[in-house]
Structures are given as C-alpha cells and as structure tokens.
Design a protein around this ligand. Structure first.
Ligand code: PLP
Length: 425
C-alpha cells in the first residue's frame, strides 16, 4: 500500500538512506492506524503530497510571476499564476499572494503591510482561543506592536461585541484581528467591520481564517469578504493542502503592500514545490466533492459534540458551529486534566491536544480541556455514526483514568475502525 502510494520513491529512499526511510514509513503507519482528532491537522491527497516532492524545489524564484530576480522561471511563473488564480476563485476576491511559508509568516507580512512598529493591534489572546502570532509577548507580534487583548464573554464564552466596541473606542487600534485557533462558533465579520469603522480614521480589519478556510471557501462558514481589508490563512488545516500560508485582499493598494512585505519584506525565495502543491490543493478545493466534505466535517463535529455531552462532558460555549469543540473535562471528573487525557488517549491510538479553556485555572502545560476537531476523521470517510463510536472510546479512556488494560482494549478498537476507513486506498 505504501509502495503504491509513494510511486517507488520510498524504495529509492530505502536504498539511499535506510535510517530516514524507516522513520518515514513508521510515521505513515502511525497516521494510518490512529484516530487524528487534532483540529488543525488533516491528511493531504496523494496528488498534493507528490506535488510537494518534485523538482520545483530546485529553483530560486525570488520575485513574482513575470518579475523574477533569476532566469529560468518560466514554469514557476505558470504554476504560481495558476495557484493565485485558483485561490482568488476559491475565496471570491481580487488578489492573492501564495508565497507565505506558513500561517505565521502570512501574519508577519500582513502586520508589516498594514501597521508600523508600535501601532496598537487588538486581538483575542491565546488563552482564550487566539493564536500566538496575534500578539503573544514572546512572538514578533507582541514584540513589535502594542497589543490590546479583547476577551470572550465569561458567561457565554462567545465573542462579546459590546465589550470589543468599548475597547476599540478606548484604545483606537490601527488594526483589529479576528479568526482563531480554538473558537467553536461562527465569526460575525460584519460586526467586526462596524467596530473598525467607528474608530476615528477607521481601523483595519484582519481576518485570519487558518482553521476555517475550507469551510469559508465552500460557503459552510460566512466569508470575511467584503468586510475584512486583509485576509490570511494556512493552506494545511481544513483546506487540506500542503503546509503553508496565503494572503488575500480586494484592494489593489493593499495587495501591492502585501506583495512587498512578503518579498522582500519578510521572506527570500518562495518554496516553489509547495506553491505547486498549493495549486493542486486549490484545484481540489474547487471541486463539488470538497463542499460535501466540508459539510460533513461540520455534521461530524455536531455529532461528536452531542455524544460527548451525553457522556457527561461540558463543551465551552455549549457546542460547536464549525469543525472543532473545546471540551471542559472538569464536569465529567474534577480531577481530570488535559495533560493526562492527552497522554492516556495517545496510548490508546487517539491523537488529541490538551487546550486551555476560557479562564482555565490550570497552567498551559496542564489545562482543564481538550480541543477536538473532525477534519482528519472526515477525510477518512467517517460520518455521524462513527463519531458516536469515537466519543465512546474517548470516554472509556478518560473514564477509566487511563487504566492500562482499558487503553490497550481501546487501542485494538481504534485499529479496527482505522482499517474500516483506510487513509490510503
Ligand atoms: C494555525 C494558525 C496559524 C499559524 O499557522 P502556522 O502555519 O503554524 O504558522 C495562524 N493563525 C491561526 C488562527 C492559526 O490557527
């Protein structure tokens, strides 16, 4: 199976470097025999995977299509232009920069395009579901900009637009960021834009779609356009493309700034093999099957959420509208921690990440919560029925306090479920 998938490349690697080859095949086996519930992860198609491993990696293509600093870029121009066209079509916007190496790099360029060092930026802190690149002290964002945190309503655990508007009036930020890493609800981009427009001179609205880009591209989540001035995303989460970043806009002046701040502002040569794979991924995203897939992600998340509630768990904000949920473990068992649950579940073949819940009394390396997402399981073809089984397995492990015998039993059940929904055919 793996040999079919790898087109003989693994055989080549096995002869050339058996040490690395063994590690790669072990990882493929790990992925195919475990349940991936990390909300930010997914499994790319063999076509996307192969596009990454091509001779496109051999080229320096600093600059943009038609304006490169190196000769020999004819086909790199073609593939980057194709990636840009497909990205624009996918998100219904006028400009796309496909060069950011990652989501965080896309954000560096977006900040540089829209703000000067020292400017005030409002964002949701990481402890409430934001991303580290939105203002964490030790990150570039927290180092070079003045960050004002907004927060969730402590009762509803949802965005509190009255409080955000009040903070914006008080601090007059240059930019407000919406889009998160652990927020299970729909984002009202229009409400954010209203708040931005009320700031004297107008604040810039930046939407970071990293987690929800696939849902947005297929209309399963509302679009940030025409509300956001600048939109960033990763390409590897719900979008199920190669690991990378993307920046979108509808304004020619902003687009020019973005291009300059990606290159030469914050990056050198683009990863052309990844850009080729982005083009392949966007091509997949434009097909009707991808919309069916995104709808199923959300249906699966709802099914998993409901099943967990039946097992006695509390979900932050009471449920989910998108692909992920934040599980507060304390209602099921006050002594249960995210760190323990993550470790026990891994031994049972279920891969999750511990995650702080809003106002978590426990430190970030312990936490009282888990963040669970359905994109990867949905890629395997699982539906609502399997989500019920997965919830049962989760509860067997956590309900037994990680009992070794129970974890070993669940591990076998996980293998069975994985075999019924093979990753690679
Ligand atoms: C994942 C994520 C990113 C960063 O992506 P990387 O590719 O890991 O740099 C940025 N913003 C949000 C909201 C994310 O969830």
């Amino acid at each position: 199976m793996l040999d079919d998938l790898s087109n003989g490349l693994l055989e080549l690697l096995e002869q050339h470097d058996p040490e690395v080859s063994r590690i790669l095949t072990d990882e493929a086996t790990r992925q195919s025999t475990t349940l991936e519930l990390i909300a930010s992860e997914n499994h790319v198609s063999p076509a996307v995977m192969h596009a990454m491993g091509t001779w496109m990696t051999n080229k320096y293509a600093e600059g943009y299509p038609g304006k490169r600093y190196y000769g020999g870029c004819e086909f790199h121009d073609q593939v980057e232009e194709l990636a840009r066209q497909r990205a624009k079509k996918l998100f219904g916007c006028k400009f796309a920069n496909v060069q950011p190496h990652s989501g965080a790099n896309a954000n560096v360029a977006a900040f540089m395009a829209m703000c000067e060092p020292g400017d005030t930026i409002m964002s949701l802190p990481i402890k409430s579901g934001g991303h580290l690149s939105h203002g964490l002290k030790v990150n570039f964002s927290g180092t070079f900009y003045k960050i004002v945190d907004y927060d969730l309503d402590p009762k509803t655990e949802r965005l509190d637009f009255d409080a955000i508007a009040k903070l914006a009036r008080q601090h007059k930020p240059k930019m407000i960021i919406c889009g998160y890493s652990a927020y299970p609800r729909v984002i009202d981009f229009a409400a954010f834009r209203t708040i931005c427009d009320e700031v004297p001179g107008g604040a810039v609205l930046m939407a970071d779609l990293a987690h929800i880009a696939g849902l947005v591209a297929t209309g399963v989540h509302p679009s940030p356009f025409p509300h956001a001035h600048i939109v960033t995303t990763t390409t590897h989460k719900t979008l199920r493309g190669p690991r990378g970043g993307l920046i979108l806009s509808n304004d020619e002046e902003i687009a020019k700034k973005i291009d300059r701040k990606v290159f030469p502002g914050s990056q050198g040569g683009p990863l052309m093999h990844i850009i080729a794979a982005k083009a392949v991924g966007f091509g997949e995203n434009l097909r009707p099957e991808f919309k069916t897939y995104c709808k199923q992600i959300v249906a699966n998340a709802k099914a998993l959420a409901e099943a967990l509630v039946k097992h006695g768990y509390r979900l932050c904000s009471g449920g989910t509208d998108n692909h992920l949920m934040l599980v507060d473990l304390r209602q099921r068992d006050p002594n249960l921690t995210g760190a323990d649950a993550e470790k026990w579940l891994e031994s049972a073949g279920i891969i999750v990440n511990k995650n702080g819940i809003p106002n978590d009394p426990r430190p970030p390396m312990v936490t009282s919560g888990l963040r669970l997402g359905t994109p990867a399981l949905t890629t395997r073809g699982m539906k609502e029925k399997e989500m019920g089984l997965v919830a049962q397995m989760l509860d067997r492990v956590m309900g037994s306090n990680g009992d070794a015998k129970v974890c070993a039993e669940v591990r076998e059940d996980v293998r069975g479920l994985c075999a019924d929904f093979p990753l690679w055919h």
